[in-house]
Design a protein around this ligand. Structure first.
Ligand code: HEM
Length: 411
C-alpha cells in the first residue's frame, strides 16, 4: 500500500491500483476530502470488507446487477456474532431474505406501505408535528434529537402501525439499542442488543394477541386477521419479525435523517429560508437532504457468483458497499452538487437503495419527514448549534446522538 495525493492506494491485481479505505475505522469519514479525491480518481475503492463503489452511474447499475444480492445477511457473522436472539431475527428478516421467500413476504406487506396509504397518513402526521413544534417553539433552545426527532419518528411509526403512541419511548429505546448492531462494535454490544430484541418480541407478541382478540382498523389487525384466515399470508413468526423490522428500520432511520436535515439546513440557511417562504418546495427540499446528507451512508451487496464489471473481477462472496453520499454528490451526475431546493431536474439518489430490496417504507418516510420539515421551517429561523453535538460514526447508518440547537421563533 502507498499514499498518492493524500489517498491510500492498494494494488488489487497486477497493474490495477485502487484507492483503499478502512471503513471500519471509527475515524473514517464519508463526507471527507479523501473520499471526494478517490472518487475523482476511480469509480471504485478497495476496503477492509471488499469494495466500495463511489460514483453515481456505477452505483445505479450495480444496484440492479443480478450477480449481487442484498449483502447485509453476513454482517453479524463478519463481526463474530453467530447466535442469539438478534442473530436469529436478523437471519429471517425481509432485508436479508432472497428469492421466493422475499418476494412472498414483501408482496404481503406491500399494501401497508403504498403511496396512497402514505398520503392518507399525512393529516395525522401533521397533528403530531404541530403538537411537538408547539412544545418547543417558545423555548428558543432545545436538544433536537430528544425533543423532536426521536418522539416524532417513533410516534409517526406508532400512527402508521396503529400502536398506542404512549409506548413511543419504550420502542425508541429498544430500536436504538438494536441500531447498535449496525455499527462495527456489534460484538461488544451484543448482550444488550439481544435483550432489546427479546423485549420487542414480547411487546409485539402481546400486541398481535390483543389485535387477534379485538381487531381494529389498523395495519397490524389487517395482517393478523389475514394471517389467521388466509393460507396466502404471513405465519405468526413472519408477522412478528416483520413488525420488529418496521419498528427498528423505520424509527432509527427517520430520526437520524431528521437530525441530518437540520444539520444540512444549519449549514445552508438560505435554503431553509426558501423552504419557509414556499412550503410547496418541501418534497424537493427533502429529496435534496436525502441526496447530500443521507443517514444510510451505504447500501450493502454481496456477489452471489464470480463476475466482471468495468474491468474489475468480483469473486463470489465479496462484499460491495455502494456509497450513497459519494454517489449523490458525484459531479458527473450533479454538475452543481451543493444543495439547491429550487433545482428541478435532479437525477435520483440511492439513499433508499434500489432493485428488489429498495426501502419498502420510503413513501411513509417521505410523508412524515416532509410534514416535519415544513412545520419546523414555518416555526423556526436562524438555527445555530448550541453546545457540544455528538454523532454516530460517519459510516453505515449515521446521524446525531445529541444535537443541541438554538433558534428564533419565526414571526
Ligand atoms: C429516512 C428514512 C429511511 C431510509 C433512508 C431507509 C433506507 C433503507 C435502505 C437503504 C434499505 C435497503 C435497500 C437496499 O438494500 O436496496 C431499506 C430497506 C428497508 N426499509 Fe427503509 N429506510 C427508511 C425508512 C423506513 C421506514 C419508515 C420503514 C418502515 C416503516 C422502513 C422499512 C424498511 C424495510 C422493511 C426494508 C427491507 C426491504 C426489503 O429488503 O425488501 N424504512 N431502507
Amino acid at each position: 500500500m502507498n499514499v498518492l495525493r493524500g489517498i491510500s492506494v492498494t494494488q488489487v491485481s497486477p497493474g490495477i491500483d485502487m484507492p483503499y479505505f478502512n471503513i471500519a475505522d471509527p475515524s473514517f469519514a464519508m463526507q471527507s476530502e479523501a473520499v471526494r479525491r478517490a472518487r475523482d480518481e476511480s469509480w471504485i475503492a478497495k476496503t477492509n470488507y471488499g469494495y466500495a463503489v463511489l460514483r453515481h452511474a456505477e452505483v445505479g447499475t450495480l444496484l440492479r446487477n443480478t450477480s449481487l444480492s442484498q449483502g447485509s445477511a453476513q454482517w453479524p457473522e463478519h463481526h463474530g456474532v453467530h447466535s442469539g436472539s438478534f442473530y436469529q431475527w436478523w437471519s429471517k428478516n425481509l432485508l436479508v431474505l432472497e428469492g421466493t421467500e422475499h418476494t412472498r413476504i414483501r408482496r404481503l406487506l406491500n399494501p401497508a406501505f403504498s403511496p396512497a396509504r402514505a398520503r392518507k397518513l399525512k393529516a395525522d402526521f401533521q397533528v403530531l408535528a404541530n403538537e411537538l413544534v408547539a412544545s418547543i417553539v417558545e423555548r428558543g433552545s432545545i436538544e433536537f434529537v430528544n425533543d423532536f426527532a426521536a418522539p416524532f419518528a417513533t410516534r409517526a411509526l406508532c400512527i402508521m402501525l396503529g400502536l398506542p403512541e404512549e409506548h413511543w419511548q419504550f420502542i425508541a429505546d429498544r430500536a436504538d439499542t438494536i441500531g447498535l448492531a449496525l455499527s462495527v462494535n456489534i460484538n461488544e454490544e451484543i448482550q444488550q442488543i439481544d435483550t432489546a430484541v427479546d423485549e420487542l418480541y414480547e411487546f409485539v407478541e402481546t400486541l398481535i394477541q390483543e389485535r387477534r382478540e379485538n381487531p381494529v382498523d389498523d395495519v397490524i389487525s389487517t395482517l393478523v386477521t389475514k394471517s389467521s384466515t388466509d393460507s396466502d399470508s404471513l405465519s405468526p413468526e413472519e408477522l412478528r419479525n416483520a413488525i420488529v423490522l418496521m419498528l427498528f428500520g423505520g424509527m432509527d432511520t427517520t430520526r437520524n435523517q431528521l437530525g441530518l436535515a437540520i444539520q444540512t439546513f444549519m449549514h445552508n440557511p438560505q435554503e431553509w429560508e426558501k423552504l419557509a417562504a414556499d412550503p410547496t418546495l418541501v418534497d424537493r427540499a427533502l429529496e435534496e437532504v436525502l441526496r447530500v446528507n443521507p443517514t444510510t451512508r451505504w447500501v450493502t451487496r454481496e456477489a452471489v457468483e464470480d463476475f466482471e464489471f468495468n474491468g474489475v473481477h468480483f469473486e463470489k462472496g465479496t462484499t460491495v458497499h455502494l456509497f450513497t453520499a459519494s454517489s449523490g454528490t458525484d459531479i458527473e451526475a450533479f454538475p452543481n452538487p451543493e444543495i439547491d431546493i429550487s433545482e428541478k431536474d435532479r437525477k435520483a439518489h440511492f439513499t433508499f437503495g434500489g432493485g428488489k430490496h429498495q426501502c419498502i417504507g420510503q413513501h411513509i418516510a417521505k410523508a412524515d419527514m416532509s410534514v416535519a420539515l415544513a412545520t419546523l421551517a414555518a416555526a423556526m429561523t436562524d438555527i445555530q448549534l448550541d453546545g457540544a453535538d455528538e454523532w454516530l460514526p460517519d459510516s453505515g447508518n449515521t446521524g446525531p446522538v445529541r444535537l443541541p440547537i438554538r433558534f428564533t421563533k419565526r414571526s
